[in-house]
Design a protein around this ligand. Structure first.
Ligand code: GLN
Length: 486
């Protein structure tokens, strides 16, 4: 039996019955990594010995009847989350050897739940990008076609789950970085409501947009992960003190009485016909499960890319000012003055895309331009938020594609930042509005590449997302289909 291919909940069941041990499971996943990682290229750090020690420990804990909700489950996380046990590079030369002095709250929660941390996953540098091609160390591949991108910025998190190199992972989503790679790699991915999951120990990209969330093999696994990572954290002032429902409960029901909105602006120009077809088939499945489909309008959708690509770089330029060669990570030692050291450290430590964002952001925030750019963008952001509030008065969920096209060939858009920015059009608005969004595998293109459906809900209505996603998953018949790796 290939235990590495189990879903998280199926593995838990077998651990519970004693059919497998965590050591067996972890060894199976490590063997899987050995056989496919040279193709998939998802891991920036992997600690086998530690994982096996933790697995032994988990088996002991379980035998004493003290198993936590993820006891003995091997997981991996995006390398943007601080860990004391392994380096946290954010995919950047700037932090190449950086070991964080503390664990992110989500890392602590996963550990307290009994899970095993296998390693850290590849990503676009500082989470800026849509293909993971901006990673300074590795380029994760799409397990369904290794010549194609896995998406980004959590490309490693999606590729590792899709390739069965871990049972589930965490990513971060500032403008689509969980949902987009999940869609391109055929995994489930959820960006929770802003404030639902602690950002403490998540290296900041754009603080008003960033959120941590799970990438999993199916919807039940997503609910299990959400149960563990959600909830208030006094260490993150933006985390919200609101009770966390048991997300597994939301998987019980059909969709009778649920109104699902279809935003006409999301099905416009530039949408690949195959994506359009697969997502529309998914809508029919939701209807068959009892939902009523209604048309809604999000009239400011056309401004999302412009607004996001001002606000996110502006916040990034401020957040990344701390990487100055003095406080963290890399320092260029050849300079002979302080200013010179700042200059050469940042010139050598950051890649092109990060520099581009810092330049755009610094410009947009500079005196005389602030009103014209950042302030204006913030005002339009409010309009985008109001679009959603109006739409959610008429429906419970909004469905759409996640990405306008299936995964593309590595290199195809690498020299065209604007084309990449535009491909984010369908995912940015959830971050701008702070609402939860999810990608659920819906079907495949003719070339066999996965296509996801995006579900979006009002603030703190993750339960409705999971319920609809679970119903879709039962009908779409995608779960259990595996890429033909090796
Ligand atoms: N692709 C978007 C960007 O490059 C979103 C990234 C993210 O969500 N971290 O900014």
């Amino acid at each position: 039996m290939e235990y590495f291919s189990l879903t998280l909940h199926e593995a838990l069941r077998r651990l519970d019955t004693g059919e497998i041990s965590s050591v067996t499971l972890t060894e199976s996943v490590l063997a899987r990594i050995d056989s496919v990682e040279s193709t998939v290229q998802a891991y920036l750090a992997l600690d086998r010995e530690r994982a096996l020690r933790q697995a032994e420990q988990a088996d002991i804990v379980r035998s004493k009847g003290q198993a936590g909700p993820l006891c003995g489950i091997p997981l991996a996380i995006k390398d943007v989350l601080c860990t004391t046990a392994m380096p946290t590079t954010c995919g950047s030369r700037m932090l190449e050897h950086f070991i964080a002095p503390y664990d992110a709250t989500v890392v602590t929660r996963l550990a307290q739940a009994g899970s095993i941390l296998l390693g850290k996953l590849a990503m676009d540098e500082f989470a800026m990008g849509s293909t993971s091609e901006n990673c300074a160390f590795k380029l994760p591949r799409n397990p369904w076609n290794p010549n194609c991108v896995a998406g980004g910025s959590s490309g490693g998190s999606a590729a590792a789950v899709a390739a069965d190199e871990c049972l589930a992972s965490l990513g971060s989503d500032t403008g689509g970085s969980i949902r987009q790679p999940a869609s391109l790699c055929g995994t489930v991915g959820m960006k929770p409501t802003y404030g639902r999951v602690s950002r403490y120990g998540l290296v900041a990209f754009a603080s008003s947009l960033d959120q941590v969330g799970p990438l999993t093999k199916d919807v039940r696994d997503c609910a299990l992960m959400m149960n563990v990572i959600s909830g208030h954290d006094p260490l993150d002032s933006t985390s919200i003190d609101q009770p966390v429902p048991d997300y597994l409960e939301s998987l019980r029901d059909g969709l009778k009485g649920m109104k699902i909105g279809i935003p006409r602006e999301y099905f416009g120009h530039g949408l690949d016909p195959e994506v359009d077809k697969v997502v529309r088939q998914g809508m029919v499945m939701l209807e068959e499960a009892g939902a009523e489909l209604v048309e809604v309008s999000l009239p400011h959708t056309g401004y999302c890319v412009a607004v996001y690509y001002l606000i996110a770089p502006a916040e990034a330029s401020s957040n990344l000012a701390r990487f100055d060669g003095v406080r963290y990570g890399f320092r260029d030692r050849s300079a002979d003055s302080l200013i010179g050291m700042y200059n050469t450290t940042r010139s050598r430590g950051f890649g092109d895309e990060v520099k581009r964002r810092i330049l755009i952001g610094t410009y947009a925030l500079s005196s005389g331009y602030y009103d014209a750019f950042y302030k204006k963008a913030s005002q339009v952001r409010t309009l985008i938020k109001e679009d959603f509030a109006r739409a959610f008065a008429a429906c419970d969920l909004i469905v759409s594609p996640v990405v306008p096209t299936p995964a593309w060939k590595i290199g195809d858009k690498a020299d065209d930042p604007l084309a990449l920015y535009l491909s984010d059009i369908l995912t940015l608005s959830a971050n701008l509005a702070g609402i939860p969004g999810m990608s659920v595998p819906c079907g495949f293109s003719r070339e066999g590449l996965p296509i996801g459906m995006q579900l979006q809900a009002a603030h703190f209505n993750e339960a409705a997302l999971l319920r609809a996603a679970h119903n879709l998953e039962q009908r779409a018949g995608v779960v259990g289909k595996k890429p033909a790796l090796v």
